[in-house]
Ligand binder design. Structure first.
Ligand code: BES
Ligand code: ZN
Length: 618
């Protein structure tokens, strides 16, 4: 799995919310739509609360609509009022429904007179699913507290009451007050020279979906990397990050050349503490990123290429529902590959594409049929589960297939036209296909027919003849791995001195799930993987070593698990340990120490692993 290991595949049937277009939101966009959000929030670190109000501008669609229905989760609501055109306020009645485990609490606000604006005064919960609050001790520099949001998929509702559906777009403005030394940033234009005065205002003039709402605050320094890009990070991290990400301006310029102008103004990157639960998040104007990619040799900077690419695929054109998420992640992974190729060469881009493709080939057959589809039946999925390898790897493989069939020039031209045509809209897979038919399929007859396209989009598995890049370096690693496993080559004779990060990842990905302990020990004495500073390598290494029964690696694995909260890098270790009673006990001990530093999502995911393991035990 790209973001999460294969805990459970999306077999869970969600209760269908009132509006069937997006089953993960209670919003009723056919009745009324939010067009602008104005936030006024105070950061309360001691209480781990955001305290303030959200004012929503409304576009009433149905003259008979009796109410405004919003999504919330664990919000404490103090009052709700209508704002008249004259500025007069009138209290409104509302009902906050009992909390649904997945969807939160439906908020129904009686508003039969259709006010132009509604204001909700509220406080967030200290355990808001979309926020993490860190004490100074839990940060890199240990000076000031830190907080950040992660709204995708359906966590914006835990810090703002709104229509939490990717189909609904709105502009936003915000005022945020903070303790004096704490810098605040948001998914809007940020000013690198903003004085540390505890008073911040923001403006996002482009309509965005709710999952792109973001806020971060802490001991944040700023370092420019180009005319329209800067790194925001804790003082001890910002220099290293600015060096790792020094190619950011080149990446922006490259993407503009391929697909048209970058339309958002600045592109900045906020490097978060290591508890950030994802690799990166494409918050408009301010990508949020894990520090685990700062390995010193730029080998993991395709993460920036990926999040930047979302400025076209995702933020400019947004999947209208979580079921269509491959329109965000698949197209972005394709564009990421093109940026990587332009900056770091075809061999690097091909290795990254092959790593994805091979991992997908290994996994896809084990998934339920519906989850194998790029555009699955929405009734069978859960918002966070829809982000499997399928959206990323099958989606980008589909686009590479289109490129190969139609030729690079024609396909580039098509994709640029697509970004222009649907700019600042949320669209479904079907709208994408309706555009593709006249503008690509029928325009260049004989290259690829609609049936083949539909097989990619609605079929299970991977279509036959899906093209794969060649990688002579990976081929050589395959040969060496086989020879090593067959006992024909000793570990120290592996030609691994020059392996880059992706080549180590490939070697480790393709070792058997349970490799003999002796082989594991031979690799470690030759290559010293235990204690590696590269967490992509570490995650794979510790998982293998634990599965092989190598208890000597447990303390180093525990250190990795405690330091890093990124789901994809930490959960596999918990899972590997949880397969034996002794390992499970150890994992629970590690978790007891690590838990206070973990994001709510990471806590939830680790606890789910434990619950499942205990169920199997009994
Ligand atoms: N938008 C995703 C992150 C995401 C997806 C968060 C779904 C929550 C739910 C982001 O663009 C992403 O794909 N991040 C990857 C990194 C990338 C290089 C593949 C990640 O976090 O690992
Ligand atoms: Zn992405």
């Amino acid at each position: 799995m790209r973001l999460l290991p294969a805990l459970t595949f999306g077999t869970l049937l969600l209760p269908l919310a009132a509006h069937a277009a997006e089953p993960h939101s209670y919003a009723q966009p056919d009745q009324v739509q939010v067009t602008h959000l104005d936030l006024d929030l105070k950061l309360d670190f001691p209480h781990r609360e955001l305290d303030g109000q959200a004012t929503l501008k409304l576009d009433w669609k149905n003259p008979q609509a009796p109410s405004l229905v919003l999504d919330t989760r664990d919000l404490k609501i103090a009052k709700i009022e209508a704002l008249g055109a004259d500025g007069k306020t009138t209290p409104l009645n509302y009902v906050l429904a009992p909390r649904d485990k997945q969807l939160g609490s439906k908020l129904t606000i009686a508003a039969p007179t259709h006010p132009a604006q509604v204001r909700i005064v509220y406080v967030t919960s200290p355990d808001a699913s979309g926020l993490q609050w860190l004490t100074p001790e839990q940060t890199a520099d240990k000076k000031l507290p830190f907080m950040f949001s992660q709204s995708e998929s359906i966590h914006a509702r835990s810090w703002v009451p709104l229509q939490d559906s990717p189909a609904i777009r709105f502009t936003y403005t915000a005022h945020v007050s903070s303790p004096k030394d704490v810098r605040v940033v948001m998914s809007a234009l940020n000013d690198a020279n903003h004085p540390l005065n505890g008073n911040y205002t923001f403006d996002q003039p482009h309509p965005i979906p709710s999952y792109l709402l973001a806020i971060g605050a802490g001991d944040i320094a700023v370092k420019e990397t180009g005319p329209r890009s800067a790194i925001y990070a804790e003082p001890s991290v910002v220099g290293k990050a600015a060096h790792e990400f020094e190619d950011t301006e080149k990446m922006i310029a490259t993407t503009e050349q391929l697909y048209g102008p970058y339309r958002w103004g600045r592109y900045d990157i906020l490097v978060l503490p290591a508890s950030f639960p994802y690799g990166g998040m494409e918050n408009p104007n301010m990508t949020f990123a894990t520090p685990t990619v700062l390995v010193g040799d730029k080998s993991l900077v395709s993460l920036v290429a990926h999040e930047l690419a979302h400025s076209w695929s995702g933020n400019l054109i947004t999947a209208a529902s979580w079921r269509d998420i491959w329109l965000n992640e698949g197209v972005t992974t394709y564009v990421q590959g093109r940026i990587t190729e332009a900056l770091y060469g075809k061999s690097q881009a091909d290795e990254e594409a092959l790593l994805d493709a091979r991992a997908l080939q290994k996994e896809i057959g084990k998934m339920p049929a519906n989850s194998q589809k790029l555009a699955p039946d929405p009734r069978g999925i859960n918002a966070d589960d829809s982000l499997s390898d399928v959206a990323y790897s099958k989606g980008s493989w589909f686009l590479r297939t289109l490129e190969q069939r139609f030729g690079r020039a024609a396909f580039d031209d098509y994709l640029k036209g697509y970004f222009n045509h649907f700019a600042f809209q949320s669209i479904t897979t079907e709208q994408m296909l309706d555009y593709m038919k006249p503008n690509l399929i029928d325009k260049y007859p004989g290259k690829m027919n609609l049936a083949e396209v539909k097989d990619w989009v609605y079929g299970t598995g991977i279509p036959k003849n899906a093209p794969l890049p060649d990688s002579p370096r990976f081929d050589k690693i395959d040969q060496e791995r086989s020879a090593f496993l067959d006992g024909k080559l000793s570990a120290d004779k592996l030609d691994a001195k020059g392996w880059n990060t992706q080549e180590w990842m490939y070697f480790l990905n393709r070792l058997p799930d349970v490799t003999p302990l002796a082989k594991i020990q031979q690799i470690d004495s030759a290559w010293h993987l235990t204690g590696t500073p590269n967490a992509e390598i570490g995650m794979r290494w510790y998982t293998h070593a634990i599965a092989a029964g190598d208890k000597a690696v447990w303390p180093a694995a525990a250190d990795h698990m405690t330091r890093i909260g990124r789901l994809y890098l930490t959960l596999p270790l918990y899972q590997a340990l949880a397969t034996t009673p002794e390992g499970l006990t150890y994992a629970e001990k590690v978790y007891a120490t690590a838990k206070p530093g973990y994001h709510p999502l990471t806590q939830q995911a680790v606890e789910a692993i434990f619950a499942k393991a205990h169920k199997i035990e009994n």
